[in-house]
Design a protein around this ligand. Structure first.
Ligand SMILES: *Cc1c(COP(=O)(O)O)cnc(C)c1O
Length: 416
């Protein structure tokens, strides 16, 4: 009997008939790898030698003093190769692809971070790579498209539906269905049909394993709470899994966008905004209207802008093991600014959701207490969004200058 990956009724594998054998193959390969001690070892060695793991756990002394509550420790996934936790999953799946003897990978990407990480892995492991990206995102996230192509990937612009992440996922599945023998789909978060939620969590759990060891060494105790931002849920599942069996509160911060009342957000669990449905191959909470049509989502952080959420997180909420809160765009920008000024750390806008929620709550804890915030990635990629949010006049002048340069050059070429 196959375990179809249900977590209090969430999850499952709702896949077309034509992919059932491919999913069975993947599940078998994953189970086989998991039970082979040398596999986890080779994974950890790769993450050390190529990606710079273990990432540090940093005490944020100035922020802790400022709030006067619990001491705040930060898990530094921003220092992972390609600038976020994404590489943990991608490199792990890459090793699995090699074990299965496949030669090609496809992936979806929204903001482009998962696409860049996958293209990086494919270059290193000698795999052919195609990345599906909604047309809207191709335009919004041009720097990441540039890097994916330079890394040797083919980027396909998807023109279906809302031309964003969920459409890119559908297209990646279609490609996989057409080439199941040669191709593996490197899904980027702890969502999708079984075994993806479990498999992505397995690779991301390296975050929580390190963090638990580090906090015991450095603080001499377990944290009261662990905070992580939640897009699909992979960095949250990664750090939470280190503390599931401990008396530690797990807090997920979702994208509250312009506020839950505005309808312009991406909070599926917090505030009871999502409803249960089956989409993209799994059962979980989705942002949908009364007819089951998927709603438009919004977040200042492109990486949190998704309609669904990990079935394992839905289960942790239902069982009361984890709590979910919504953080608005403006709270996020404030938290990012404060973290930069106080600590010299530049969190990604996604990660800043976790920081903002922790900042709201640490005053209520004692000075002897400890919390951990997962800094899922670095904020360099967000320069366009952040400069706009801060209405930086020098930045606008720079963009205008660049545009004029291009305009002048094109004019020159046009008349030559
Ligand atoms: C992609 C991304 C996220 C959101 O994805 P999860 O699967 O929820 O972790 C969060 N932070 C960063 C920096 C990302 O790149």
């Amino acid at each position: 009997m196959r375990n179809r990956g249900y977590y209090s009724g969430f999850g499952g594998a709702y896949v077309p008939e034509i992919l059932v054998a491919t999913f069975d193959e993947l599940e078998d390969a994953f189970e086989d790898a998991k039970s082979d001690p040398s596999f986890r070892k080779s994974y950890e060695q790769l993450m050390a030698s190529c990606c710079g793991r273990a990432t540090p756990l940093t005490l944020a002394e100035n922020l802790s003093e400022r709030f006067g509550g619990a001491r705040i420790y930060i898990k530094r996934e921003d220092l992972n190769h390609t600038g976020s936790h994404k590489a943990n999953n991608v490199m792990g799946q890459g090793l699995l692809v090699k074990r299965m003897g496949k030669t090609r990978v496809v992936a979806e990407t929204g903001a482009g971070q998962h696409g860049v990480a996958t293209a990086t892995m494919a270059a290193r492991m000698g795999l052919e790579c195609t990345i599906y990206m909604g047309e809207v995102d191709v335009i919004r996230q041009r720097p990441n498209v540039f890097w994916m192509e330079r890394l040797g990937a083919t980027v396909v612009s998807v023109r279906d539906g809302s031309r964003t992440l969920k459409d890119a996922i559908n297209e990646a599945f279609r490609d996989w269905m057409a080439h199941p023998d040669t191709t593996h789909y490197v899904l980027g978060t702890a969502c999708g049909p079984h075994p993806f939620p479990e498999m992505v969590t397995y690779f991301q759990s390296i975050i929580g394993q390190e963090a638990r060891r580090q906090v015991l060494n450095q603080a001499g105790k377990l944290p009261k709470r662990v905070y992580a931002c939640v897009g699909g849920g992979s960095n949250a599942m990664g750090i939470f899994s280190g503390f599931l069996d401990d008396d530690v509160e797990l807090v997920g911060a979702e994208a509250g966008g312009r506020g839950l009342g505005s309808g312009r957000h991406a909070s599926r669990l917090a505030g009871g905004q999502g409803s249960i449905g089956i989409a993209q191959g799994y059962r979980s909470y989705f942002l949908q209207d009364g007819d089951g049509q998927m709603r438009e989502t919004h977040s200042v952080a492109a990486g949190l802008d998704y309609i669904g959420v990990s079935p394992i997180l839905a289960h942790l909420q239902r069982s009361g093991r984890a709590r979910f809160e919504a953080v608005t765009d403006s709270e996020v920008v404030d938290a990012m600014a404060l973290t930069m000024r106080c600590e010299g750390l530049v969190p990604a806008l996604e990660s800043a959701h976790g920081f903002a929620q922790a900042f709201k709550e640490v005053r209520g804890l004692a000075k002897e207490d400890v919390v951990i915030v997962n800094q899922s990635g670095r904020g360099d990629k967000d320069i366009f969004t952040v400069a706009e949010a801060f209405e930086d006049p020098g930045w606008r002048a720079f963009i205008r200058h660049k545009a004029e340069q291009y305009g002048a050059r094109e004019l020159h070429q046009g008349t030559a």
